[in-house]
Design a protein around this ligand. Structure first.
Ligand code: ARG
Ligand code: ZN
Length: 897
């Protein structure tokens, strides 16, 4: 009976917040089952009244049968969830909504005729919308998140991206609580309703899918600036925040202007409305959302001040501001036909965001960071139970497919078009795609067809990048014929099996190759049989077969190959480099990415050998010499030096192993850091002293110097705790969060009492700044100290910890599970239990977030037996719960398959 009670209660919570529960295993949605919508919406008029605890939404939809729909598809389906339906009228006649409700909550009207008008009235309580999908309260404001399927939690609607409509929205709210009322498009009317309430009417002329709809209401401060587009349109840029955050939008505004200008210059794309609004929201499941004309942002990606944001945060703000802005074309003007096409907008927009970042800062450094992220997040995903192609073929919960594969690998696919076709044909293809499909919902095939037309290339084999999951492995061998002066590269490719895809066909892989002579001079790469003037120092070889070879002519001496320059494809390359080769490439390769890569590979070798208990003879000395070389290189770029001196992450190291022992990896890495800290003390000390010292300002050069100085500080303290004082002083004296946080991270690793006092004092000082408190949690969650797990357990009971704020939950639990492998994978399984407990607690309130936090457990098969068993037990325990969300159910069940 007790179980019964809790089950019923659980069920109640679920039905209340998230719609009906899947009673058996939830059914997947399949790409192959796509059918055009039965109805188009010609006009959507909404009236949203937020003046009471209960929101009331009146909707009037003008609908027309879709001539392209199958003749038997005559039913009109209006998705609905989380709503109490009060009234339903079809062409003015009342219908009983309860009688038309399908099992999943949708309203299904059998055959409403070729044209019809549907009016609905529904109600819900925003304050109880803890899933943060649909319309909800965050602090004292109201906001929305409709992608992917949140609009159905506001009003019954054909909530699918291929139904596009112009929206007219009337917002009503209390005048004092919510003086600001916003929606998409332009405000066409506003005024008082009575003593207490006022209203505003917004009209968005661009037909859009419901996932791009937004409203915001609250007492908000606004920073406004103007932007004149290339063709002379005046645009008002308005950034809204809660009053406490006023004055922190300067950097985001400047970033937006740079993004607008860049998109005009690079792609000839201009903004198309009179206002562009951005609202900062403290409770948000993702980073930000590109709603037409009214972006909603997680505060983390829009607010920036020296006391509350690090250099990395400043860069993050610029990137995400750019990303959401670029969506206005790649996503909004041309949207997706269905959610299987998600990478059509996300892969392309991430690529545009990357190009923008490369143009604003250092291209090489940006590229290194992109690759780090791809390798630490996407490669593991592609090798695990959740592996899926860039275009997935089925899903249970679409929110689980906003993944590193769809985003980051999707962006690599777009980059490969450019690498293979050339920049000009590539841009011509993008233009053609946007012109042909403007105002439409398109597919990945449409995009590929435009690229083929614009370049004349055949991209059929290339399209496998969208359909085959898994990271291709490219194995390269070489031989040299001194007589003919021909150097031959033999390339083999193999893509490992992934769930549901046991066999793979060969991929079309651009492999950028350079050659270095014995003295380090770059040699021309001239394919045998082609005229000499085609020779280039970096040559893109096009791999198409499982095995093939490339002959390079005119090599008077055996060269050293520099492979996958600039990371020309999302693959793993294997070539039998000697340690000497790697040290040589690190010192001499003209391609900065390849230099960094050689250094990383050298470190990987030393670390993996150490972790396996078979230290590589002379490995440490060689790495020390390589580091010394990087530290002493005249005129080196400090940003690149910092990247070179950063050891590969524990996650990336684990990725190289069949069976993972996270503690062994951690110990190897910590040991190497200690050794390098000691061996190069004088260098680290000198770097710490070179710190800019001037008052903080946001600039790439100074950020690179700070990064290097803070890296030096961490090596120093790793080498000897007697340098802790330096960190304490830095924490005291710095005028910016970057340096404070770097000092704090060093202190958090230490068990010394003065370090613990400093951590406490930091909290006291910054407790009223949520984004800083997030960092305070994160630093402790990722601390390299043996009792970090106990610390995290304790922090889950801290008064400032809450599962209701996604940033906070991610800062403690997400950071711990992903960023502290040694402690999360405590062999007794306590880390896993801690995570599972919180996933279950969260699932009834915010299933999207719960499913994300669960992710790290899905890789259980890779770990040594004791941990593997303990991880699986937690997944099974989760799956045994009666009232799981689709989100968590899908991740747990796929992980165990
Ligand atoms: N389209 C957003 C972006 O810019 C992401 C929104 C995802 N939201 C979600 N609930 N799945 O990347
Ligand atoms: Zn996006």
């Amino acid at each position: 009976p007790r179980d019964q009670v809790s089950y019923t209660f659980h069920y109640y919570l679920h039905a209340r917040f998230n719609g009906p529960l899947p009673m058996s295993a939830p059914q997947p949605v399949r790409l192959e089952d796509y059918r055009p919508p039965a109805y188009h919406v010609e006009q959507a008029r909404l009236r949203i009244d937020l003046s009471g605890e209960t929101a009331r939404v009146d909707a009037r939809l003008e609908l027309r049968r879709n001539p392209a729909a199958a003749p038997e598809d005559t039913a009109l389906r209006l998705d609905a969830e989380f709503l109490e339906l009060e009234a339903l009228h079809l062409d003015g006649e009342a219908l009983d909504p309860a009688a038309l409700r399908a099992a999943d909550g949708a309203l299904v009207i059998p055959d409403p005729g070729a044209r019809c008008r549907v009016e609905t009235t529904s109600r819900f309580r925003p304050a109880e919308n803890t899933a943060l999908s649909g319309l909800y309260r965050s602090g004292r404001m109201y906001c929305t998140q409709c992608e992917a399927e949140g609009f159905r939690r506001i009003t019954p609607y054909p909530d699918r991206p291929d139904v596009l409509a112009p929206f007219t929205t009337t917002l009503i709210a209390d005048r004092t609580a919510c003086p600001v009322l916003l929606s998409n498009g332009d405000c066409i009317e506003a005024g008082a309703l009575d003593e207490q309430r006022h209203y505003a009417v917004w009209h968005d002329p661009y037909p859009k899918p419901a996932y791009l709809f937004a409203v915001v209401a609250g007492d908000l401060s606004c920073q406004e600036e103007r932007f004149t587009t290339a063709s002379g349109r005046e645009v008002a840029l308005r950034f809204y925040t809660e009053p406490g955050n006023a004055g922190r939008t300067e950097h985001a505004l400047a970033s937006l202007k740079r993004a607008m200008r860049w998109d005009e210059q690079q792609y000839g794309l201009e903004y198309d409305l009179d206002t562009y609004m951005v609202v900062a929201v403290g409770d948000f499941n993702m980073g930000a959302m590109e709603n037409k004309g009214l972006n909603v942002f997680n505060t983390q990606f829009v607010l920036a001040s020296p006391d509350t944001a690090t250099d990395a945060d400043y860069e993050g703000v610029e990137a995400v501001i750019g990303h959401e802005y670029f969506h206005n074309w790649t996503g909004n003007r041309v949207t997706c036909r269905d959610w299987f096409q998600l990478s059509l907008k996300e892969g392309l927009t991430v690529f545009r965001e990357h190009q923008f970042a490369e143009a604003m800062g250092s291209a090489a450094i940006e590229r290194i960071r992109q690759v780090r992220l791809l390798r630490s997040a996407q490669f593991p995903e592609d090798a695990g139970p959740m592996a899926h192609p860039v275009q997935p073929k089925s899903y249970v919960e679409i929110n689980n497919f906003y993944t590193a594969t769809v985003y980051a690998k999707g962006a690599e696919v777009i980059r490969m078009y450019r690498t293979l076709l050339g920049d000009t044909p590539f841009r011509r293809g993008v233009r053609r795609y946007l012109e042909r499909h403007d105002g439409e919902a398109a597919t990945i095939d449409d995009f590929l067809a435009c690229m083929e037309e614009a370049s004349g290339a055949d991209l059929q084999q290339f399209s496998r990048w969208y359909h085959q999951a898994g990271t291709p492995q490219v194995t390269v061998r070489d031989e040299y014929d001194p007589e003919r002066e021909v150097y031959t590269l033999h390339c083999r490719q193999h893509t490992p099996a992934t769930p549901e895809q046991p066999r793979k066909a060969p991929m079309h892989i651009p492999l950028a190759v350079g050659l270095l002579g014995p003295d380090g001079a770059p040699l021309p790469v001239q394919l045998a049989g082609e005229p000499a003037d085609e020779a280039a120092h970096t040559r893109v070889l096009e791999l198409r077969e499982a095995e093939e070879r490339f002959e390079i002519a005119g090599c008077p001496q055996r060269p050293t190959p520099s492979l996958l320059r600039g990371f020309s494809a999302p693959v793993a390359v294997e070539y039998p480099y000697s340690d000497d080769d790697l040290a040589f490439l690190l010192a001499r390769d003209p391609d900065p990415f390849a230099r960094w890569e050689a250094g990383q590979q050298l470190a990987v070798r030393v670390l993996l050998a150490e972790a396996a208990g078979e230290p590589r003879p002379g490995g440490l000395e060689r790495l020390e010499a390589a580091f010394r070389g990087a530290l002493e290189a005249p005129g080196a770029d400090p940003a690149l030096t910092a990247e070179v001196l950063t050891l590969p992450s524990e996650t990336y190291l684990a990725e190289q192993l069949e069976v993972v022992d996270p503690q062994a990896i951690h110990d190897a890495r910590a040991g190497l850091r200690r050794a390098l800290g000691q061996a190069l003390t004088a260098h680290w000390q000198a770097l710490c002293e070179q710190h800019p010292g001037r008052p903080w300002r946001h600039s790439a050069e100074e950020a690179a110097q700070r990064r290097l100085a803070n890296l030096a500080l961490s090596y120093l303290v790793a080498g000897s705790p007697r340098h802790l004082d330096r960190a304490l002083q830095q924490l005291e004296r710095s005028d910016n969060l970057t340096d404070r946080l770097a000092a704090l991270a060093v202190l958090a690793d230490s068990e010394a009492p003065q370090a613990e006092r400093a951590i406490e004092a930091f909290h006291q000082r910054w407790r009223d700044e949520p984004l800083v408190v997030d960092k305070w949690f994160r630093v402790q969650a990722t601390a390299s100290r043996p009792d970090a797990l106990e610390q995290v357990e304790r922090l889950t009971r801290h008064p400032d910890f809450t599962l209701d704020n996604p940033n906070r939950a991610r800062a403690l639990l997400g950071a711990f599970a992903q960023g502290n492998p040694a402690c999360f994978h405590s062999p007794d399984g306590r880390g896993y239990r801690l995570l599972a407990d919180h996933v279950l607690a969260l699932d009834a309130r915010n299933p999207q977030l719960a499913a994300r936090l669960l992710g790290p457990l899905s890789h259980w098969r890779r770990y040594e037996p004791q941990r593997r068993t303990a991880m699986r037990e937690q997944l099974e325990r989760i799956l045994a719960q009666p009232a799981l969300s689709k989100d968590v159910h899908e991740v747990a069940s796929r992980s165990l398959e």
